[in-house]
Design a protein around this ligand. Structure first.
Ligand SMILES: NC(=O)C1=CN([C@@H]2O[C@H](COP(=O)(O)OP(=O)(O)OC[C@H]3O[C@@H](n4cnc5c(N)ncnc54)[C@H](OP(=O)(O)O)[C@@H]3O)[C@@H](O)[C@H]2O)C=CC1
Ligand SMILES: Nc1nc2c(c(=O)[nH]1)N=C([C@H](O)[C@@H](O)CO)CN2
Length: 235
């Protein structure tokens, strides 16, 4: 029996695409979800262990670790995908915004990596931790200041945990720019965003999945950040 992959925020969009991909590859999957999207029922029918976890709740991390340990004795990978793309304009309580961004993007991955390491080390092959960050971790973002800073913190965790857990566990970041739009993104925003990269496309979830597979299949890449950004840094 293969060891499962844990994906946080797996009930919609990129996280859901990851879960569906690994199910198709006959890899056991555990997801966390906050909102019970329609997809959760379908995932459960396909054998995915779906855990309702709101990381803003104080007992969330302990509850997740307890439930994961009750479900499996080993993990093949943990993919920290759950995220809140909040901004200063929509959240005038900047004190709370900063704490919320740091919690979901840095504190939760930090504490889960420490708590779940024994399960990853029990894997019968080299295991992986993958942090899904963002291009703006490198560049910053005047409209998503706290978000970008929290993603930069998450990116830095890759280097510390890579050094701490090698050689049994590899730890890397994937730093996407535009992957998929949100349904409420209007035509003007879409056109403006597409122009920000050299490739000028909305690549879709498979772009991230292919990068995850590259990391899972590598025996050597660790402590690194793989940019998936269409050459945005050169525009
Ligand atoms: N989409 C894109 O183009 C890009 C995405 N990224 C990164 O890729 C990853 C996936 O992106 P995308 O699929 O768009 O992500 P989403 O914005 O769809 O968020 C993914 C999930 O995270 C969950 N989540 C948010 N806050 C919490 C919380 N406090 N507790 C538990 N779950 C929570 C959400 O739950 P709920 O459904 O309840 O809201 C949601 O289902 C993210 O890390 C994102 O930052 C980076 C650059 C571009
Ligand atoms: N949690 C999320 N993070 C990000 C999202 C998103 O929808 N959810 N979207 C983006 C944008 O696509 C941006 O990369 C381009 O405008 C960034 N992060």
């Amino acid at each position: 029996m293969k060891a499962p992959i844990l994906i946080t925020g797996g009930a919609q969009r990129i996280g859901l695409a990851m879960a569906k991909y690994f199910i198709e590859q006959d890899v056991p999957v555990i997801i966390t979800y906050r909102t019970k999207h329609d997809a959760v029922q379908a995932l459960e029918a396909q054998g995915v262990k779906c855990l309702q976890i709101d990381f803003d709740q104080p007992d969330a991390r302990d509850s997740l670790v307890t439930q994961v340990k009750a479900h499996t004795t080993q993990l093949r990978a943990v993919i920290h995908n759950a995220s809140s793309w909040d901004c200063e304009k929509l959240n005038p309580d900047h004190d709370a915004l900063f704490d919320n961004m740091m919690r979901i993007h840095a504190k939760v991955p930090y504490l889960l990596n420490l708590a779940l390491a024994p399960l990853l080390e029990a894997s019968n092959e080299v295991a992986d931790i993958i942090h899904i960050t963002d291009y703006v971790a490198e560049k910053g973002s005047p409209k998503h200041i706290a978000y970008a800073a929290s993603k930069a913190a998450l990116d830095n965790l890759s280097r510390s945990f890579a050094a701490k857990y090698a050689p049994q566990i590899k730890v890397n970041s994937i730093a996407p720019s535009l992957i998929i739009f949100n349904d409420d993104d209007d035509a003007d925003y879409r056109a403006k965003t597409l122009k920000k990269s050299l490739m000028g496309i909305e690549p879709g979830c498979q772009e991230v999945i292919s990068t995850i597979e590259l990391l899972l299949n590598s025996s050597y890449i660790t402590g690194r950040t793989l940019a998936v950004d269409g050459g945005r840094h050169l525009k």
